[in-house]
Design a protein around this ligand. Structure first.
Ligand code: SF4
Length: 173
């Protein structure tokens, strides 16, 4: 593993497009990691993974998929089901997915990991970074910056990627 190798928690194909483009331009060597047990139902997770696979193929990047396992995620957000989007349930959700990515990064010998969640206009990067402080290998890459969100729309359209209409869990449908 080299110093610029980075494990990228990738929430979906569209958010990964401009994030990857930026990382490559900054000299990072991304490996994509799809571990999103928050997504419901499983068929939706499959659709998002397929879109990510298109992105991985386009940029010729390695990709790792973790098995979908929704029950432990539900336990992690238990009691927070009625929270509004962007509230405490989402913080617990970020923590859950970042913990998965952190563990995988350590297991595989990466020195860095990050998340494409920061590209979305609907997610507060400062909150994600605060949650990420619990994980020593976490890199605070804010993919919203430098027009990242708008660029993701352009690239997603070019690649014909599936775009979801809700964040992910059953409470956001
Ligand atoms: S709305 Fe999105 S970020 Fe919030 S808990 Fe659901 S899947 Fe996670």
């Amino acid at each position: 593993m080299q110093d610029r190798d980075i494990l990228v928690h990738a929430c979906c194909g569209p958010c990964s497009t401009s994030s990857i483009e930026r990382m490559l331009s900054e000299g990072w060597k991304p490996t994509l990691f799809f571990s999103n047990s928050n997504i419901f139902p499983e068929s939706e997770a499959d659709l998002r993974y397929e879109a990510l696979l298109t992105v991985a193929t386009t940029y010729n990047l390695p990709i790792i998929r973790e098995a979908w396992d929704h029950e432990p995620w539900l336990e992690a957000v238990s009691g927070l089901e009625q929270e509004k989007e962007g509230g405490l349930r989402c913080e617990a959700c970020f923590a859950y997915n970042l913990a998965q990515a952190s563990a995988k990064a350590e297991e595989l010998g990466f020195s860095h990991f990050c998340t494409t969640l920061t590209v979305s206009r609907f997610k507060n990067s400062k909150t994600i970074f605060r949650v990420g402080e619990a994980f020593p290998l976490f890199e605070q890459l804010d993919f919203k910056k430098k027009g990242g969100f708008d660029r993701s729309l352009v690239l997603s359209k070019e690649l014909g990627l599936y775009r979801q209409h809700y964040c992910g869990c059953e409470f956001s449908i």
